[in-house]
Design a protein around this ligand. Structure first.
Ligand code: SF4
Length: 338
């Protein structure tokens, strides 16, 4: 791939770098709903949703608009019960984010509103340096740098940084760089622009350097080799065995999770391979979660004794329950006869 050589140094000429980025963004920046608002609550929701979920999913499947319509203020979420909260988050995964968002909402409500200062923001539950600065820049247009995965990739390529970007030393270095480059006069535009550059031209793998608006400031000659990250643990394959059990009234047996990660969510009840060995396998689903590749074997059966946390549910009541995506898809397929 052809990568133009740098003719400028962004650290020596930061204003020229910011101007090039701002000009490109002014013509090409995408019109996301969170860019049309300065409401810290709406911005916080977008930031939390986008932490582990793609923009296309958050917007395309309506999660963002639906969640804001249900919980338009921190006060509305502060008093929400688990069930509607988890239902609104269903499909986004990482359900602890939803509960943490409610903790933030409670703290903001108790404080009488969102603070605007870095220290006070970072004292709110679930708010670290990135989110605090995102709120300062996007809601208040305060000079504040952000470093997320996209920005880390752009910065490491700009300065040809070969340290690991997810190590404490690497993060410290990137935050220092980000602070030096951040635009003190147009923080909202600058941060949106550098994040978007990471989503569009400076994407993972082979970037589009020939069309990049800041190519003349970019030092690396091997962009595809950057950023350097700590090696991830290998994917592990696991198998689970669950029941699709129906009683004489056609009700379905479900289990409500009590563990920390998915507390309150409804799943198909799990059994050991030995317990399900004699039952017919009526469907198989595969999905990935963190570093696990899960094969879920679904066994059909009639009524079985309900264990702790398990209960029978009418078919028409299942749609209203909050279920993790793999279970929702399995239930829908089985109910729809797929
Ligand atoms: S796309 Fe990324 S790697 Fe390529 S020139 Fe632009 S900033 Fe550098």
């Amino acid at each position: 791939m052809l990568k133009p050589r740098a003719t400028h140094d962004p650290l020596q000429e930061p204003q020229a770098f910011r101007d090039a980025l701002a000009e490109w963004f002014g013509k090409n920046g995408k019109d996301y709903p969170w860019r049309r608002t300065t409401d810290p609550w709406a911005i916080l929701i977008s930031e939390v949703m986008l932490q582990q979920t793609q923009i296309a999913t958050v917007l395309g499947r309506g999660y963002y608009t639906r969640f804001l319509a249900l919980f338009p203020t921190p006060q509305a979420l502060a008093v929400a019960e688990d069930e509607p909260l988890l239902k609104a988050w269903e499909g986004l995964g990482y359900y602890r984010r939803a509960r943490m968002l409610r903790e933030t909402a409670r703290a903001v409500t108790a404080a009488g509103g969102f603070p605007a200062e870095l220290d006070a923001l970072q004292k709110l539950p679930g708010i670290g340096r990135y989110t605090a600065n995102a709120l300062r820049a996007f809601a208040h247009d305060q000079p504040a740098a952000v470093v997320d995965g996209n920005v880390a990739r752009v910065l490491s390529r700009l300065v040809d940084y070969h340290g690991t970007v997810d190590s404490p030393a690497g993060l410290k270095h990137l935050w220092e760089l980000a602070d030096q480059l951040a635009d003190p006069t147009r923080p909202r535009i600058y941060n949106s622009a550098i994040m978007e550059l990471g989503q569009t031209h400076c994407r993972p793998g082979v970037p589009d350097c020939l069309a990049c608006p800041v190519a003349s400031f970019c030092k690396t000659l091997e962009p595809a080799a950057l950023p350097v990250k700590t090696a991830k643990p290998k994917t592990e394959r696991v198998h689970t065995h669950v029941l699709w059990a129906r009683d004489r009234e056609g009700r379905i047996l479900l289990h409500q999770e009590q563990g920390k990660r998915r507390q309150g969510l409804w799943k198909l009840p799990e059994r050991t391979p030995e317990e399900t060995a004699v039952l017919p396998e009526i469907a198989t689903r595969t999905y990935g979660i963190t570093r696990f590749h899960v094969t879920m074997h679904i066994h059909g059966t009639g009524p079985v004794p309900a264990r702790e946390g398990e209960s029978w549910h009418a078919e028409e009541a299942i749609a209203a329950l909050a279920m993790p995506s793999p279970y929702r898809k399995a239930a829908e397929a089985l109910l729809g006869g797929d």
